[in-house]
Design a protein around this ligand. Structure first.
Ligand SMILES: *Cc1c(COP(=O)(O)O)cnc(C)c1O
Length: 361
């Protein structure tokens, strides 16, 4: 018996050594065994009739955690953002966002061709807007310019490297916006990462924004799904747009069941992802040719510049791949590595070892 255990452990260890360490994104996380079990056993109904008990439970729980009136399950974060933009704006308006915002860079201009709005993109240090940056870009009842219809913030900020808004900055933006009758939507795809960094609850750090989108996939590990959270009135309107965008789903409790575990259990694991990102950043910043301000790494995203190595990001990622490490070339000389629960400490050590070998040459 003991021998057999030893043998299967050896096989497991060998398999692990061969499994690629995938640091391209936290979107690569696979559902946990508990999620798969919950999916198999999920109680379901037709959610278009509002009759899926698992979806209803997930929506109620998300609303409760964020201390809001209501929540809505959406298939993707992109649809959640688009539904929010469509709900808050009129065609012909502008949406203020940071230049690197996901809604500006990675959602295929959907706010323009679906919601009929233009992004008014503002560059900000570390991707974090302030009221001082926003105010000069506002257009309200201007004789020649489109009205500002919405302000959008992203927390954590993806392309800036998982940076986190100080909560008072978000609140200051909301207070000023509300005084002018403007709404603030939060792209909180990784809001649980931000909450972990700030050591506060998600409700506390989002209390003043008008609507929130967050992902159950990515770091929280659900195979599919995001949530919109806000007032009952907002969610009722959003529900109609979700349907008109083709997002009305039927026995979708099979997905909500995994989402429920993502929501209840996964946030506890994010501290570990952040610890791994810190280790990665600290060690990478000491390697020759790598430029990285490790002090700016707050959550699970590590971006670094490799121009000092004399090689491009694509070349280095190619070298990494040969060693079983997957990372994303982000720009010609920039690489992004994202930590998540499918890569443990041993995987991080393997990635670092590979980077040491590559940068030594
Ligand atoms: C991933 C992501 C989204 C969109 O989520 P999808 O489910 O991939 O559509 C939105 N915003 C940010 C910041 C993201 O990282």
């Amino acid at each position: 018996m003991q021998d057999m255990t030893a043998t299967s452990n050896d096989v497991d260890a060998a398999k692990k050594a061969l499994t690629p360490v995938d640091l391209r994104s936290d979107t690569v996380t696979k559902p946990t065994p508990a999620m798969r079990r919950a999916m198999a056993e999920a109680e379901v109904g037709d959610d278009v009739y509002g009759e899926d008990p698992t979806v209803n439970r997930l929506q109620a729980r998300a609303a409760e955690i964020f201390e809001r009136e209501a929540a809505l399950f959406v298939p993707t974060g992109s649809m959640g953002n688009l539904v929010a933009i469509k709900t808050w704006t009129q065609p012909g308006q502008e949406v203020i966002c940071e230049t690197g915002a996901h809604i500006n860079q990675y959602e295929f201009s959907s706010m323009s061709f679906v919601a009929g709005c233009m992004p008014r993109a503002i560059p900000a240090p570390d991707g974090l807007l302030t009221w001082e940056l926003i105010e000069p870009m506002l257009q309200i009842k201007h004789p020649h310019k489109a009205d500002t219809g919405l302000i959008e913030l992203e927390n954590t900020h993806n392309v800036a490297g998982g940076t986190v808004y100080p909560t008072h900055v978000v609140e200051d933006i909301c207070d000023h916006a509300h005084a002018l009758g403007l709404r603030v939507h939060l792209d909180g795809a990784r809001i649980f990462n931000a909450a972990n960094y700030l050591k506060k609850g998600v409700a506390e750090i989002t209390s003043k924004v008008d609507s929130i989108m967050f992902c159950l996939s990515k770091g929280l590990g659900a195979p599919v799904g995001s949530m919109l959270v806000g007032s009952l009135e907002f969610i009722q309107k959003a529900h109609r747009y979700r349907k008109s965008f083709g997002g009305g789903m039927r026995q979708v409790g099979v997905l909500a069941a995994a989402g429920m575990i993502a929501l209840e259990e996964s946030p506890k694991g994010l501290a570990n992802d952040h610890k791994n990102a810190r280790l990665l950043a600290d060690e990478l910043s000491r390697m020759p040719g790598i430029r990285l301000d490790a002090s700016k790494v707050m959550t699970n995203i590590v971006r670094f510049d490799v121009s000092g190595t004399g090689r491009t990001a694509a070349e280095i990622c190619g070298e990494l791949k040969k060693r079983g490490i997957l990372a994303g070339p982000f720009a010609k000389y920039a690489i992004r590595m994202v930590t998540h629960y499918d890569v443990g400490r041993a995987g991080i050590e393997r990635a670092l070892e590979a980077m040491r070998e590559i940068t030594r040459k």
